[in-house]
Design a protein around this ligand. Structure first.
Ligand code: TMP
Ligand code: MG
Length: 286
């Protein structure tokens, strides 16, 4: 039905079920569909030419906006907490407080750096940030068909907006839930706004934004895309959901994590740096 589902990167626990969901969604029509996607390592690449690509936080970590000392500390945090993030031997309950610790420490460090709002665009421009291959088609197709795209990210909203703006795909159908920077009257970072979004509280984040999901109540068919098991709760605010198709990118620690991804995502894309499969699904639905 969708030839791309036979790509070597595609794994499915229950291909029949995937076909049923797709058929049911296609029957309802694209005007009943909404897309909810994570950002870092889902819409952006995990690696390119053997080198890791940056997350929103890494874009700042690698920039001139922060001191060498802060770079060192951010790197230490990454080296401590990233292995925990992807550790399949620990439960989410066990990881959650540690992830809160990571985000809290990282944001405290960033706030000490007196980061200037007017320099963010340049930092993104000079960074190695890379959207996945096929991003243009993905964003443009959703825009053309007036399908709302919610980017739900535990990264940094100001940075991710800049990435998609510079890529020319920040269309009006795109909405972002993320951690936004709060600047003082001189345009210097003083805090982060609102409730912290980290990798394991996207459910709470979704439930705080009932207004958004209320507006989209005529779209009970959801395409969800993520790279972490924490991303699975991004659609918890959707009202009277009819169908949900979950596509998960499995970028790292593939063997250890494959079974848990197959158990929770309908389609698992193993070490696939492209949006080829999500694009094929969208073409089928529209
Ligand atoms: P996402 O929800 O858009 O995927 O963003 C979360 C990612 O950000 C998660 O994979 C971990 C990463 N991260 C860093 O790279 N550096 C940091 O300092 C923090 C707090 C998170
Ligand atoms: Mg991610």
């Amino acid at each position: 039905m969708i030839p791309e589902l036979s790509n070597p990167s595609v794994c499915m626990r229950d291909p029949e079920r995937v076909h049923e969901i797709l058929q049911s969604m296609a029957k309802s029509g694209s005007n009943t569909v909404q897309v909810i996607s994570d950002f870092d390592m889902t819409l952006t690449r995990f690696a390119h030419n053997g080198k890791r690509c940056p997350t929103c936080h890494n874009i700042l970590d690698n920039s001139k906006l922060i001191s060498d000392d802060c770079k060192e500390q951010m790197k230490e945090l990454l080296n401590t907490y990233y292995p925990i993030e992807i550790d399949s031997s620990r439960s989410i309950d066990e990881k959650l407080p540690l992830m809160v610790e990571w985000w809290t420490k990282a944001h405290e460090l960033l706030v000490q750096q007196k980061i200037r709002k007017d320099l963010l665009a340049k930092v993104v421009q000079e960074s190695d940030a890379m959207l996945r291959e096929g991003y243009q088609l993905f964003f443009d197709h959703l825009h053309e068909h007036s399908i709302p795209l919610l980017i739900f990210s535990a990264g940094i909203g100001d940075i991710l907006e800049e990435v998609i703006r510079q890529a020319g795909v920040f269309h009006p159908n795109v909405k972002v839930f993320s951690n936004y920077m709060d600047f003082d009257e001189c345009g210097v970072l003083k805090a982060f706004k609102g409730e912290l979004i980290h990798i394991y509280n996207k459910r709470e984040g979704a439930l705080l934004n009932t207004g958004h999901f209320q507006e989209l109540r005529a779209r009970p068919n959801v395409l969800l895309m993520g790279d972490s098991l924490g991303d699975l709760t991004m659609a918890d605010g959707v009202q009277q959901m009819e169908n949900i198709l979950k596509i998960g990118f499995l970028n790292d620690k593939v063997e250890e994590r494959k079974q848990s991804y197959l158990d929770s995502y309908d389609i698992v894309l193993v070490k696939d740096e492209t949006l080829e499969v999500p694009n094929a699904v969208l073409l089928y639905l529209t």
